[in-house]
Design a protein around this ligand. Structure first.
Ligand SMILES: Nc1ncnc2c1ncn2[C@@H]1O[C@H](COP(=O)(O)OP(=O)(O)OP(=O)(O)O)[C@@H](O)[C@H]1O
Ligand SMILES: [Mg+2]
Length: 427
């Protein structure tokens, strides 16, 4: 039989604690293991009893519920916190989520609502495994000859200046292919507002990038408590569950996060949104390589060409950007050769179009590079792209140093950098 869900109730009012306890007393799988009347007491009892769930009041004298939640999440990442408050103000919700809370109950609530929240949060708790240093083989079943340790993890960003070009499809499949080759790999959904990775990998998690924001030091333990583990062994850091929570993550958080992840993983693959914001640009800056996705259409090429202009202004090394043509149909649209000629860049990979196969894979949440379709030409191209990354990056130094992004950052954001450069050139 499954173990009981062990719950700690935290509220400064004894009657409230008692009411909550009564609401739970007839649930066969839920056990109230204790009650705390202050934030300090909650922190102490959480450490001592390691409950599965804490029901936490916000307004308490001394350390309030948000402060206590933050401390508890830091100390015991396995504990899931549900905030209880009379306020349903979105600011409260945001602060609570930033402090690591998983759900929010507005008082007064009924027994059904409470029990449903406890079961939901408990069911979706992250699979906490202590991360190992990269040097310890993460994938014991991978063929030994396939695995080579990389001195410093590489960040691969997948970007297109035109929405719907296939970035998420490519990011997911390249990341899964790298993981299946035995590299310790994490996929980060950097499309912070409307990320599709969770759906396309059929992952249902409560934890996301928002749980790592505002944390100074991001260590392996904290990362492990927040990532989802896909059946391919790929680790995944999802976008926040609600679009408004994207704001919780600052540009500095993004940089700090990616730099921390490269210490724990061989490959950090970042799926990005096509809208160029300071945050997206930070992801591109930190990246060792950018997989730039285009299609065989004029609007797509126009945007890609403008993006290349921007990369020159930003002084990205030409080697940093890998041009990939997706959804290729022979004898249709602008030919692949013409694309190379127009953009004056080599094309690193072409991925054929396969409408129903690609959309079925996304809808079923099964990546193309695993399962029944891995021998299909689309899957083969995606695996080849992953192998190209391994060949090019394993054991090589970044072409575009992180030192530069620091300097660039100081010069005042994307537009400041762009115009600063123009002025220097006398334009
Ligand atoms: N090689 C391909 N052949 C056919 N269809 C494809 C291919 N690659 C992607 N698609 C389809 O194109 C659409 C967009 O793909 P995807 O979501 O990966 O792009 P995106 O660049 O991440 O889009 P968004 O801008 O919405 O984030 C999806 O419907 C997907 O099924
Ligand atoms: Mg996408």
């Amino acid at each position: 039989m499954a173990e009981n869900i062990r719950v700690l109730i935290v509220d400064d009012l004894p009657e409230t604690r008692e009411n909550v306890r009564k609401l739970l007393q007839f649930e066969p799988d839920i056990e109230v293991i204790g009650q705390a009347g202050t934030g300090e007491e909650a922190i102490e009892m959480a450490q001592q009893f390691q409950p599965d769930i804490i029901l936490m009041d916000i307004n308490m004298p001394g350390i309030d519920g948000i402060g206590a939640s933050q401390k508890i999440t830091e100390l015991i990442p396995s504990v899931q916190i549900i905030i209880m408050s009379v306020q349903s103000d979105p600011n409260y919700l945001r602060r609570a989520m930033m402090a690591g809370a998983r759900d929010f109950l507005t008082k007064p609530f009924g027994g059904d609502e409470l029990v449903a929240a406890i079961r939901r949060v408990h069911d979706k708790r992250p699979n906490i495994q202590l991360a190992q240093p990269r040097s310890q083989r993460a994938y014991p079943n991978a063929p030994a000859a396939e695995v080579q340790t990389i001195p410093e993890g590489k960040v691969l960003a997948v970007f297109s200046p035109k929405g719907g070009s296939g970035c998420t499809t490519i990011a997911i499949n390249v990341a899964v292919a790298l993981a299946r080759r035995g590299h310790k790999t994490i996929l980060v959904d950097g499309s912070l507002q409307f990320g599709d990775v969770a759906v396309m990998l059929d992952l249902k998690g409560m934890t996301s990038l928002a749980d790592l924001s505002e944390r100074g030091e991001i260590d392996v333990e904290l990362i492990s408590s927040v990532v989802q583990v896909h059946k391919s062994n790929l680790n995944v850091l999802l976008a926040p569950p609600r679009p408004e929570m994207a704001d919780v993550i600052s540009d500095d958080n993004v940089k700090n996060l990616l730099e921390s992840l490269r210490l724990s993983y061989d490959f950090v693959v970042v799926d990005t949104a096509s809208y160029l914001t300071e945050k997206t640009l930070t992801m591109l800056d930190v990246a060792d390589r950018i997989i730039l996705v285009t299609q065989q259409s004029l609007p797509s090429l126009k945007n890609v060409s403008r993006f290349f202009d921007l990369t020159e202004s930003l002084e990205y090394d030409t080697e940093k950007v890998w041009l990939v043509v997706n959804r290729v149909i022979e004898d249709q649209g602008i030919s692949v050769k013409n694309i190379g000629d127009i953009l004056k860049r080599p094309i690193v990979m072409t991925i054929p179009a396969a409408e129903s196969l690609v959309s079925a894979s996304a809808n079923r949440g099964v990546p193309l590079v695993m399962g029944a379709n891995q021998k299909h030409p689309v899957s083969i191209s995606l695996i080849k792209l992953a192998d190209y990354a391994r060949r090019e990056l394993v054991g090589k130094q970044p072409v575009d140093g992180k030192v530069k992004s620091e300097a660039q950052k100081e010069s005042g954001g994307i537009f400041g950098r762009f115009f600063g450069k123009r002025e220097q050139a006398g334009g």
